[in-house]
Ligand binder design. Structure first.
Ligand SMILES: *Cc1c(COP(=O)(O)O)cnc(C)c1O
Length: 357
């Protein structure tokens, strides 16, 4: 019956970091340093857990169809914006494509970047057009604008996953003024840098800004994402969305997490400190990052080999070999708890020494 599966799903899908965990386990590390998925290592906020627990009593009821309570909590947090929600930002990305893209439509992606855009575009029958960043991974605005000709939608990630690169607000504004399509600006990591783009959404009706509760707010397991959208777009997004997309526990947990400002502030300064130490102490070239991870060039080692060597030393990081258009000498390392980061620095220095023999 397999011949009935659509061609695009015969290729490998999203690449997870499970193999490295198995290697670490085989090497005797039952509790390895988990630095592959950009998660908040501090556990969920207490307020989020309290709200989630309380919500269990109403599980016999369907949740509110547009997660109104969460939208209100987000407005209280950010200000008066039009906000839509999704099952993770991945859900927002998927539903945005579903809302806008017909089979055969051109959709641009600023690469190298998060691979899920390409997977989701193809799943909807869209045609992916990659627009390369420069050699230092900044966005060349004019080539991005040129590449967007004839497209319906374009994805740009800032701070970018996996490179960490932050694009200036003025560059995003320049792009918005000069493209005819909709720009989906992925801000999954924006809480970790000092740049904020959300005012732009009030000025430009072709901008959607994706955000997530998975990274800074420590709710990766809850699957809550959202977006600031132009007013005209909100209604159509809802028409395209699965009914009752967000579950009741997720709505409550996320609303609670937003009230917990101290939780986030201490995490942010921890991230800033360790980003600095990773770039000063690893011995390899580390790219400037505005996120809770850094990307480093481990050449002459290959990414997959470095991941394997680190896993044997009890540290799980992400190989960047599967990111389209990126060569195979990069790894991405999340900031974890202090003991995890120390273990990583120790292991990467060993690799550096091996390399120099
Ligand atoms: C993690 C991530 C997301 C998705 O986050 P969700 O867990 O689905 O909310 C989206 N974009 C980028 C760049 C990410 O790294």
């Amino acid at each position: 019956m397999k011949h009935l599966i659509r061609n695009i799903f015969e290729e490998e899908g999203y690449v997870f970091a499970t193999k490295a965990s198995d290697i670490a386990k085989d090497a005797g590390f039952l509790n390895p340093a988990r630095l592959a998925s950009n998660e908040n290592p501090k556990g969920p906020s207490f307020k989020a857990m309290e709200c989630a627990k309380k919500s269990l009593e109403d599980l016999n009821r369907y949740p509110d169809e547009n997660a109104k309570k969460l939208v209100q909590a987000l407005r209280d947090y950010h200000g008066d914006y039009r906000i839509v929600t999704g099952v993770g930002m991945d859900g927002v990305i998927e539903n945005t494509i579903r809302t806008l893209v017909e089979a055969g439509d051109k959709v641009c992606v600023s690469t190298p970047t998060f691979s899920f855009y390409g997977i989701a575009i193809a799943a909807q029958g869209g045609v992916v057009s990659n627009i390369r960043r420069t050699d230092d991974f900044t966005v060349d605005c004019d080539s991005f604008i040129k590449g967007c000709k004839g497209a319906k939608l374009a994805f740009l990630c800032s701070p970018n996953n996996p490179t960490g690169t932050v694009t200036k607000v003025s560059d995003i504004e320049y792009i918005l003024k000069n493209i005819d399509c909709i720009l989906f600006l992925d801000n999954a990591y924006v809480d970790f840098c000092d740049t904020d783009y959300k005012e732009l959404v009030k000025k430009y009706d072709n901008l959607i800004i994706g955000r997530t509760m998975s990274k800074a707010f420590g709710l990766a397991g809850m699957r809550v994402g959202y977006a600031f959208v132009p007013e005209w777009y909100e209604e159509y997004y809802h028409r395209a969305q699965t009914p009752f997309a967000l579950n009741s526990v997720a709505i409550e947990a996320a609303s609670g997490a937003l009230l917990d400002k101290e939780y986030f502030e201490s995490y942010k300064s921890h991230v800033e400190e360790w980003r600095r130490r990773f770039s000063l102490e690893s011995g390899f070239l580390v790219y400037p990052s505005g996120a809770n991870f850094v990307m480093m060039d481990v050449s002459p080692l290959k990414s997959d080999d470095a991941v394997l060597q680190l896993a044997k030393r009890g540290v799980i990081v992400r190989s960047c070999a599967s990111f389209p258009t990126l060569n195979d000498s990069f790894i991405r390392v999340s900031v974890g708890e202090s003991w995890e980061n120390e273990l990583f620095l120790k292991a990467i220095k060993e690799l550096k020494a091996l390399k120099e023999i």
